[in-house]
Design a protein around this ligand. Structure first.
Ligand SMILES: [Mn+2]
Length: 249
């Protein structure tokens, strides 16, 4: 029997570490939460926008998040299987987390079988073609040319640009997230996927809201909230999956 049989699977997204307010306090809460995951979890899914901005340079590492990364390394070393999905804020992680910590990194929604249930898991941006201009912008940022150009900038310049970009997207606030997250996009995506095959659960982040709804005959889709105003996460115990708030525990 595997060491972690009968243990739980945890999901978290949109912690946006590095972004105000109080990133240090939010990171500290996250480290305490990771202790809980270590205690009774066998799998941890980081569903994107964990970092408000990240770029993996060849020789230098962005400043910050040392304790979070250390705690993730502790979990990985203790046998917790960790998956990182790139979000739109941290799509330039590349192989850094894989090489340093052993975290598997994914750039697309990916299937997992957990305790006999089939999951489709991802960040949740650009799931459909409902938002063509967003998808076009995402393709530019995902292009090798754009990444090489950014890598060639001095980090002082690159990070200034990224910080300004992030600040302006925060000023637009919830309107911006609403614009990126068409209200029924997750539902439209899940329904289309269920035409191809059966999934038990769909789990996404990105939209900074909580949803846990039935879709199709016997499936559920979840949008698992955020870690800025709340401390949302989802947990699957082998039977049920639910979204909780760590601040209320
Ligand atoms: Mn996002």
């Amino acid at each position: 029997m595997p060491e972690h049989a009968n243990k739980k699977a945890y999901f978290v997204a949109d912690t946006h570490f590095g972004a105000p307010p109080d990133s240090a306090a939010r990171e500290a809460d996250f480290e305490r939460w990771l202790d809980k995951v270590k205690a009774d979890g066998s799998k941890l899914f980081l569903l994107g926008d964990i970092f408000d901005f990240w770029f993996s340079y060849k020789y230098v590492v962005p400043r910050g998040f040392v304790r979070v990364l250390g705690k993730l390394a502790e979990l990985a070393d203790s046998g917790v299987e960790i998956h990182f999905f790139t979000g739109n804020h941290d799509m330039w992680v590349f192989d850094y987390l894989k090489k340093e910590i052993g975290i598997k990194t994914h750039t697309q929604p990916t299937e997992f079988e957990i305790d006999g249930k089939l999951f489709l898991v991802g960040h949740g941006d650009g799931l459909t073609n409902l938002n063509k201009s967003y998808n076009a912008l995402k393709r530019v940022f995902a292009s090798r040319l754009c990444q090489r150009a950014f890598a060639a900038l001095h980090p002082w310049v690159g990070f200034s640009i990224a910080t300004k970009w992030s600040r302006s997207s925060r000023r637009k606030g919830k309107k911006n997230i609403k614009k990126q997250c068409r209200p029924n996009e997750v539902l439209v995506f899940c329904k289309a996927k269920l035409q191809e095959k059966h999934y038990d659960f769909f789990v996404f982040g990105h939209c900074h809201r909580v949803e846990n709804e039935a879709v199709g005959e016997s499936s559920r889709y979840l949008v698992i909230g955020e870690w800025i105003e709340n401390r949302n996460y989802a947990v699957f115990d082998g039977g049920e999956i639910e979204v909780r708030d760590f601040a209320k525990e």
